[in-house]
Design a protein around this ligand. Sequence first.
Ligand SMILES: [Zn+2]
Length: 338
Amino acid sequence: MILISTPRFEEHVPPPGHPERPERAHVLDVVATDFARAGGRVLTPTAATREMLARVHASEHLDRIAATAGRPAMLDPDTFTSPESHEIALLAAGAAVQAAEHAISRREPAAALVRPPGHHAERDRPMGFCLYNNVAVAAAHAIASGLERIAIVDVDVHHGNGSQWMFYSDPRVLYVSSHQFPFYPGTGAADEIGRDDGVGFTVNIPLEAGATDADYDLVYRAIAVPVLEQFAPQLTLISAGFDAHEADPLASMRMTASGYGTILELLRDAAAASGPIALVTEGGYDLPALRECLEATIRVFSGEAVATARAATSSAAPRGERALGAVRAAQAAFWRGL
Ligand SMILES: [Zn+2]
């Protein structure tokens, strides 16, 4: 696999005490530096163009973010810019595009290690620490390059409202998300399944607080894998948020880095038959957990042997079982084998 990152991601500076802090970029940089030292390839991102962003964002939104260049601004109660943020956010979106391009052209996994994150950013507004929707920009770029079936799998603990709504009526982009529910941002119920031509192409897996590796293992095996196998994406994009980790200060899940490794391995293997995979980082606010999860991710996508966990028994995964019931009720008409 290759990585795409730059130490410049530290230059986006929300106010002191904000969880999406520059130290997160230091973790991304340490992981990328270690990867390079071990012989891996790390590319420096180039900025996304206005044309790339305009495929998923309104021009008023692009103007509003661009107008923050050179000054600090509060865009909503959670979302701030510093003088460099606009430029750094363009690099984050550009890195996501590069990861997708690399995955498509080289048939090799690529991971964009970026901040700020993107999946809450809507067509017409920044939201939840996110300025541009990096993974959505990458998906739209792949569609513009001629691909017809893109999957976005969002493993962040929060629902990716921006990614969902941008492609809600578009059957070319399958959106699958597991997330703590109910929780910020409030969307992501199992019965949000897409609209018009997109019905069935949004698959939400809402999990109660406290979900463990076993719960995630169950829903990924029982829902994400069969859905991906049937959709057969030509490109799978993973919104790689690691805030479902038990140490995360924002959410209340109990995942470990090894549990993340297992679900990423399931996704890797489910996608392998139909197309390549690119990853784009999202949340993950405990620094040691973020590092551990990124290292587990690199092991999975470098093809190292990972201790394959046994499928969890349903008695060990009560939250997973309840989520599975809700998803089956909403999705059984669209996907076989749920
Ligand atoms: Zn998150």
